[in-house]
Write a protein that binds this ligand. Structure first.
Ligand SMILES: Nc1nc2c(ncn2[C@@H]2O[C@H](COP(=O)(O)OP(=O)(O)O)[C@@H](O)[C@H]2O)c(=O)[nH]1
Ligand SMILES: [Mg+2]
Length: 313
């Protein structure tokens, strides 16, 4: 089954891509899948759109897709939305302001964000690898910005665009100020509404406080289409990050995910050895490195017994 999927994938079969993405999103067969992926001739540009619900992330991505399709670029979207389950039917309907999936060179997948991973769906890194290997030029990741998970997005994307909108209230909330820390570009969308100037000046103040960082601010309206070209130009002007795994971040992220999964499963099964370690952790605070080493030993034993971390259940 997996073999024929991988075979189909190599031949550009979108159904095979779709199935493999589902495997990856469930953490299934990751080592096999990843080891079969060929490096694409050209790496994709991964662009994260993050910001509160309703600011217009999907609408903006939809507009950019129209623009990119005019250049015949192949585009994929991974939309991580805690409110929308994988069934995604509603998402791809009216509410999701993106072109429909009829076009062959546009691929959209909505994902439920995994608890414990903040806004970032679990196993996003291998999913990005799949899309990249399939040959998409541009990959958008849509996330609802929320605290620490943004750092994870930042490490997965070449460019992080933080989307804001004019607010009824006066002040930018702190939560948004925190979001700005991960921004490579700040987008003030809904420029057709009043108060956009006010938001922009607040953003300038906050960004001005962190010296030595130049973050472009772009005004857009996904409704009128104004500013969309400028947004794309700003995105293209950003330097590419080293996403290829060469700086170790991908390895680290992957390891963290696998360990978290192992740990959660072990806890759910009430494994006595793990429960004991958790108890020790609380009692013997001066021996924590010993406890960590014991835990790693347990994981190691499991891997060799099961022939791989992914099959350890
Ligand atoms: N007036 C105005 N409305 C917008 C604009 N962009 C998006 N919207 C509307 O804002 C709502 C939320 O948009 P959506 O793209 O789903 O936001 P998301 O939750 O951030 O993905 C929808 O009703 C859109 O039609 C804009 O530039 N101007
Ligand atoms: Mg959306």
């Amino acid at each position: 089954m997996l073999e024929s999927l991988l075979e189909g994938f190599q031949h550009g079969d979108r159904l095979a891509l779709s199935r493999l993405l589902t495997y990856a999103s469930q953490g299934k067969a990751l080592p096999e899948i990843l080891s079969h992926l060929k490096s694409p001739p050209k790496s994709s540009q991964v662009i994260a759109f993050t910001g509160s619900a309703g600011v217009g992330k999907s609408s903006l991505i939809g507009k950019l897709i129209e623009l990119l399709r005019r250049d015949n670029r192949r585009v994929a979207v991974l939309a991580c939305d805690p409110q929308s389950p994988l069934s995604g039917g509603a998402l791809l309907g009216d509410r999701f302001r993106m072109p429909t999936q009829v076009e062959d060179d546009v691929f959209i997948r909505s994902l439920a964000a995994t608890p414990g991973h903040g806004a970032v769906a679990e196993h996003l890194p291998p999913m990005i690898r799949l899309l990249e290997s399939f040959g998409f030029d541009t990959i958008f990741i849509e996330t609802v910005g929320a605290g620490q998970s943004d750092t994870a997005v930042a490490s997965l994307a070449d460019v992080v665009a933080v989307i804001l909108q004019p607010e009824a209230g006066d002040d930018l909330q702190w939560e948004k100020a925190g979001l700005l820390e991960v921004a490579d570009i700040v987008v003030i969308n809904k420029g057709d509404l009043p108060k956009a100037d006010h938001v922009e000046s607040q953003v300038r103040t906050i960004l001005g406080l962190s010296e030595g960082r130049h973050v472009p601010i772009v005004r857009t309206s996904a409704k009128s289409g104004e500013g969309i070209d400028g947004l794309w130009a700003a995105i293209q002007a950003m330097p590419r990050k080293n996403r290829g795994g060469g700086d170790g971040r991908e390895l680290l992220l992957y390891t963290q995910e696998l360990l978290a999964e192992w740990f959660m499963k072990a806890q759910a099964k009430n494994r006595p050895d793990v429960l004991q370690l958790i108890k020790n952790w609380q009692e013997f605070t001066n021996q924590r490195d010993v406890i960590v080493r014991k835990l790693i030993q347990l994981v190691e034993k499991d891997i060799s017994a099961a022939g791989g971390l992914d099959r350890s259940d």
